[in-house]
Design a protein around this ligand. Sequence first.
Ligand code: IMP
Ligand code: MG
Length: 180
Amino acid sequence: MPSVRKDHLIIRIRHADIGKRVKAVAAQIAKDFKGERIHLIGVLKGACFFLADLAREINLECSIDFIAVASYGKTKESSGQVRMLKDLDQNIAGLNVILVEDILDTGLTASYLLRILKQRRPKTLRMAALLDKPSRRLKPVKGDYIGFTIPNEFVVGYGLDYAERYRNLKDVCVLEIPAP
Ligand code: IMP
Ligand code: MG
């Protein structure tokens, strides 16, 4: 008989606090690029909620694009390999590009993306991430705009998933999966 297992969610960062922090990060970006146009590149699918909220708080001329890579698949551990699933729609040469990620974990995804974006000659290239888990880093990537630094816990919500679930949670939650 199939047993019913329930994942355990603990709120780590409340929606209201995410909102306040997103505003602060947006204000910093607007200050750094005062009088200029910026181009946000969201990494699908995890960054879409963060990018949507961030973009609406940045008081500058702003365009957006998306890129998709395969990283975690259905498990909690990275395969260590990054593969592009969807490239950008637009050329980024001469633009002030900010790569927008949901979370900086090992840094493998971000270092791969920053490398290929740099080859396309943007005017400037920076990186924003809602969350940062510096203790997990395998590649020396540093985000220019970080929402929250968190310990080594697997989190879901506000775009982050576990096997495509929980992206639509308003809060960022720690996911504890019961042993079988
Ligand atoms: P990295 O390449 O190891 O830095 O991982 C980047 C990607 O792994 C993120 O964009 C997420 O999709 C996923 N990831 C890393 N940590 C977590 C987590 O705690 N929860 C959900 N997804 C995560
Ligand atoms: Mg993911």
